[in-house]
Design a binder for this molecule. Structure first.
Ligand SMILES: C[S@@+](CC[C@H](N)C(=O)[O-])C[C@H]1O[C@@H](n2cnc3c(N)ncnc32)[C@H](O)[C@@H]1O
Length: 158
């Protein structure tokens, strides 16, 4: 995606999403803030496969407006850390869910090596050219043997 398209899709629309949720009501927050992973059934499957449990730290790389991380916090009691490069998306996640959000890029995660219990990266790799750099950084910050949950949209044709 071009930088302009990324900003329109992941920054402007993120801000509008938070505005809409404030008008519609808080029960709409999680579904509205899942941008690429909106199915609760898919998140439940992924959470089980990643063996997420209470109080573990879950780093959500490219967390967007924070719906998946908020879902995992509410349902499973994990402690999410959101990493997101787009300012309006970060503000929306903080406004809607009060979750800790770090400003940053998945290619340079500002966390210590081996410091994270589990990570998600949902609907992010499919928007990036340099997928290996993001995967390498996530691998660096995860504890040895920790789980990584990915959602990647794969084109099967032109
Ligand atoms: C389709 S949205 C998915 C958001 C969220 N993971 C979800 O499932 O609701 C893709 C997200 O990846 C973020 N993103 C784009 N480039 C990134 C990068 N280099 N590092 C981390 N996140 C990035 C975008 O800002 C956007 O919030």
């Amino acid at each position: 995606m071009t930088a302009l398209a990324m900003a329109a899709e992941f920054d402007d629309v993120a801000g509008w999403t938070a505005d809409a949720v404030e008008q519609l009501g808080v029960r709409h927050a999680v579904p509205a803030a899942c941008r690429g992973s909106a199915s609760p059934a898919a998140l439940a499957w992924l959470a089980e496969a990643c063996e997420l449990s209470r109080r573990i730290t879950l780093l959500d790389v490219g967390a967007g407006v924070g719906g998946p991380a908020a879902w995992a916090a509410e349902r499973l009691g994990v402690r999410p850390i959101l990493l997101e490069p787009m300012p309006a998306a970060r503000r929306a996640a903080a406004r809607l869910f009060g979750l800790p959000v770090i400003a940053g890029d998945g290619r340079r995660i500002p966390l210590r090596t081996g410091s994270v219990d589990a990570a998600w990266c949902l609907g992010v790799l499919c928007t990036l050219r340099d997928k290996a750099a993001v995967l390498g950084e996530i691998h660096r910050v995860l504890k040895p043997g920790a789980s990584l949950g990915l959602l990647v949209v794969v084109a099967r044709g032109p």
